[in-house]
Design a protein around this ligand. Sequence first.
Ligand code: NDP
Length: 249
Amino acid sequence: MFEYQAPDNLLQDKIILVTGAGDGIGRAAALTYAAHGATVILVGKTTEKLEAVYDEIEASGAPQPAIVPLNLETATEHDYIDLTNILEQEFGRIDGILHNASVLGMRTSLENYDPITWNQVMQVNVNAPFILTQNLLPLLHRSERASIIFTSSGVGRTGRAYWGAYSVSKFATEGMMQVLADELENTSNIRANCINPGATRTQMRAYAYPAENPETVAAPAEIMPVYLYLMGDESAEINGKSLDAQSKR
Ligand code: NDP
């Protein structure tokens, strides 16, 4: 596991947006960021799940979060402009984005891959993080130190049979992060990096590996050290890297 002991106030006064914050790894990251002092903007598809995370954060006494229901598959340019305007009015800036939401798509050969599903996967996993980042960069530029984290995968570094659009989308994610990081290098207070979570006990993992005993893989809360490290200022010099949540630093 990536080793990092975050101070309790690591993210104090930071405003951090998390996509897919209602479930799985995104939910754990939202709770963890809030517990370390951040005001978390909870973005996701299912409002009830976001509300449950909201309630949990509020009950813990952490800074009051905000909820923005947004379907990344169907969102229009207007939705992104509305989101940006709301955040500008409410907060004036943001200090971080965790691009976490993704869909798995089909587990089949490219020969048999349904093109509609292909587009859905690319929309949620690649196009949405691009458009969201583009819209929010002006608010990130107003931060003293901002961090953008993309979510990769082992199949985003080495292609694997039957992982289809998901694998290709994760290669694209690594590429988008590298292009952005290079653009931000030396010219800005913003950095961009990737996290590969590794096998983690979520619905997506259960869907991809139905025969696996879930207890044999890490719980989302266990992989949070690298999520804290890359979001906090102690990693301010790290830009353009792809880190593994579950291997040694
Ligand atoms: P889950 O399927 O458990 O959670 C995915 C989250 O993304 C949910 O909150 C879901 O919201 C949200 N989401 C999905 N589609 C949309 C959409 N159209 N609009 C908005 N939000 C959406 O996945 P994990 O927590 O396992 O995965 C998190 C990230 O980690 C992903 O990027 C995944 O690729 C990556 N990853 C995970 C691994 C693992 O073993 N779990 C391994 C390697 C990478 P809702 O519940 O409302 O649908």
